[in-house]
Design a protein around this ligand. Structure first.
Ligand SMILES: [Zn+2]
Length: 243
C-alpha cells in the first residue's frame, strides 16, 4: 500500500547532476507528474543499488519518498534501456536535444502524455534508424502541437489561402507558413518550395502512422522547424548537433 509519503512513477531520465559527495539529482520526464527532479542517494558509490539504472534515456519504474525540498528515489527498475542506440553519436546528440527541449518546455506537476509517448517513440526509433537526426523535426513539431504551439501550415497563416501545391515562407510572428501574396520579403525567412511545404505538413500531421513516425525532413523543412523551436525557446538550443 502506497502511503501519502511515498509514491510510484515511471519516467525517462533526461539529465543528472552531482549533489554532495555521493548523490545525484536526476531530472526525469514522468508519465504521471511531468518533469520531476529527485535525489538518488549514494548513486556515485561503487556498490550503489542504482548503478547503471538511472542512465540517460533509460525508462524506469520508480518508488519515491517525499522530501522537504526534493523527493528521494528509493528504488528504480529499468523498463527500457536505449543504451545501444544512444552510444551512436547522432542518436546521442538527438536524444540530448530532445531532453533539453522537454526540460525547457515542460513543467513539474504537469503531465503531458502526448510528449511522453513521443519521447518514448523517438528513442525506440533510434534503435533501428541509421539517421537519428532526421527524425528530430517530426518530434519537434509534434511536441509543439502538444504544447499548443503548432504552426499553421495547411493554409497561409496571414490570409487563409490554401498552400496546397504552393510555396510557403516561415512567418514566426504570425505562427506558421505564409503564402506568396503575404510573405514579407524583408524578413529573414526560410523559403519552402511546394514539396517542402508538403513535407512540413506531413511532419506536423497528428496521425502517427508507422510511415509518419519515421518520416524524415527535407533540408529546408528541417531549417524551418529549427527556427520555430528557437523562436519559442527564445534562444538557440544549447545542444549542438553535428550536421
Ligand atoms: Zn496569405
Amino acid at each position: 500500500v502506497t502511503g501519502p509519503r511515498t509514491y510510484k512513477a515511471s519516467g525517462i531520465v533526461l539529465h543528472a547532476r552531482n549533489l554532495g559527495e555521493a548523490d545525484k539529482i536526476i531530472t526525469l520526464f514522468t508519465a504521471e507528474y511531468g518533469k520531476l527532479d529527485a535525489v538518488a542517494k549514494g548513486i556515485r558509490r561503487a556498490k550503489s543499488a542504482f548503478a547503471g539504472r538511472l542512465e540517460f534515456t533509460n525508462e524506469v519504474a520508480l518508488s519515491l519518498h517525499r522530501g522537504r525540498n526534493l523527493d528521494i528515489i528509493t528504488s528504480a527498475d529499468i523498463l527500457r534501456s536505449h543504451f545501444n542506440a544512444v552510444v551512436q553519436p547522432d542518436a546521442y546528440g538527438a536524444a540530448h536535444l530532445m531532453a533539453e527541449l522537454i526540460e525547457s518546455f515542460c513543467e513539474p506537476d504537469l503531465p503531458v502524455p502526448e510528449i511522453y509517448a513521443l519521447l518514448r517513440g523517438a528513442l525506440q526509433a533510434f534503435e533501428t534508424s541509421p539517421d537519428a537526426l532526421r527524425l528530430l523535426p517530426r518530434f519537434q513539431l509534434r511536441m509543439l502541437d502538444a504544447l499548443g504551439l503548432a504552426p499553421v501550415c495547411d493554409q497561409c497563416v496571414r490570409c487563409g489561402e490554401t498552400l496546397q501545391g504552393a510555396p510557403g515562407w516561415l512567418d514566426l510572428d504570425a505562427g506558421g507558413l505564409a503564402g506568396m501574396e503575404c510573405h514579407q520579403a524583408w524578413l529573414q525567412v526560410v523559403e519552402l518550395d511546394d514539396e517542402d511545404v508538403e513535407n512540413f505538413r506531413a511532419l506536423a500531421a497528428p496521425k502517427a502512422t508507422s510511415q509518419r513516425a519515421t518520416l524524415t525532413a527535407s533540408p529546408r523543412a528541417a531549417k524551418a522547424v529549427e527556427e520555430l523551436i528557437s523562436y519559442h525557446l527564445g534562444r538557440r538550443p544549447r545542444t549542438v548537433l553535428a550536421q
